[in-house]
Design a protein around this ligand. Structure first.
Ligand code: HEC
Length: 256
């Protein structure tokens, strides 16, 4: 008897739901959710317009994402010359060494130790100041650099800049939406899962940016994590908005 009384008077006996909220709270939550939803749509639009066409093809694709982070490492003028007009001057094995060097970022030390000897044998006949031809001079690193400019995608520095802004910013928005969503009346497992998904998705998404810089296949993870975030937020926002305005407290006998 006394135990029962204690439980009844405990304010935490029943969690607060949307129908317990004052009108003022409901207005506040609704405004925030609508604004956050709008901001998310704007972010999608911005994402589309800044990633679309990076790979040279219209529309947004996983290749655009991959190329943004990983870069286009076969896009150098040196490699296309080696596979095209200059192909006859070099053998396959040597070309392979040069291409490897390009993909690894075309460093000066690599040029000195491995590449220069190959070029000296195959290319200096024409590609040196001595030849007098109007062609780039490959006898120095500075001379070959302009045709060996490898696109390695977004720099680590700007990745870190964007990541910390995203982690703070999206983290706070996820907290805001989650704080409101906790008033929803749902099966506990479902509510707990939906509360966690945005945070896991943000973490995975940003981790995948860095990993994609190293291996372009992880661009799929970027896309999938982004989709999880979108779906989870859409669910949290629509369930909350619905319950704020339409879910009424069911008056059970003995609870009035
Ligand atoms: C017989 C002379 C000759 C040899 C040998 C030669 N090239 Fe060339 N290369 C040229 C000429 C001429 C051009 C400019 C005309 C053209 O682009 O076809 C050129 C252009 C290039 C370009 C394009 C430069 C640019 O501004 O885009 C690259 C890259 C290049 N060569 C790389 C090489 C490499 C690497 C080798 C050695 C495997 C090599 N070439 C061997 C004559 C030569």
């Amino acid at each position: 008897m006394s135990e029962q009384q204690q439980m009844d008077s405990c304010p935490a006996a029943r969690p607060r739901r949307f129908y317990d909220c004052t009108l003022n709270e409901k207005l506040l939550y609704t405004s925030f959710l609508l604004l956050a939803g709008l901001a998310y749509l704007m972010a999608l639009g911005y994402l589309y317009s800044s990633f679309e066409g990076i790979d040279g093809k219209p529309g947004l694709s996983v290749d655009d994402i991959a190329e943004n982070y990983y870069g286009n490492r076969s896009g150098t003028r040196l490699e296309s010359a080696l596979r095209g007009p200059m192909a006859s001057y070099i053998d396959i094995e040597q070309r392979h060494h040069v291409v490897e060097w390009l993909k690894s970022g075309a460093s000066e030390s690599g040029y000195d130790s491995k590449i220069r000897p190959i070029l000296a044998e195959r290319c200096f006949g024409c590609h040196s100041a001595a030849s007098g031809l109007p062609v780039p001079d490959f006898t120095s690193y500075a001379g070959i650099k302009p045709v060996a400019n490898v696109d390695t995608g977004v720099s680590l520095h700007s990745l870190m800049k964007v990541s910390h802004i995203h982690l703070f910013g999206i983290g706070l928005v996820a907290l805001g939406i989650g704080l409101i969503f906790r008033f929803a009346l749902l099966p506990a497992w479902f509510q707990h899962t939906l509360t966690l998904v945005p945070f896991i998705a943000i973490f995975t998404d940003i981790l995948a940016w860095f990993v994609t810089k190293w291996d372009p296949h992880y661009a799929y993870v970027v896309v999938i994590a982004g989709a999880f975030l979108g779906v989870a937020w859409a669910a949290q926002i629509s369930i909350s908005l619905y319950q704020i305005w339409f879910l009424k407290c069911r008056v059970t006998p003995g609870n009035n």
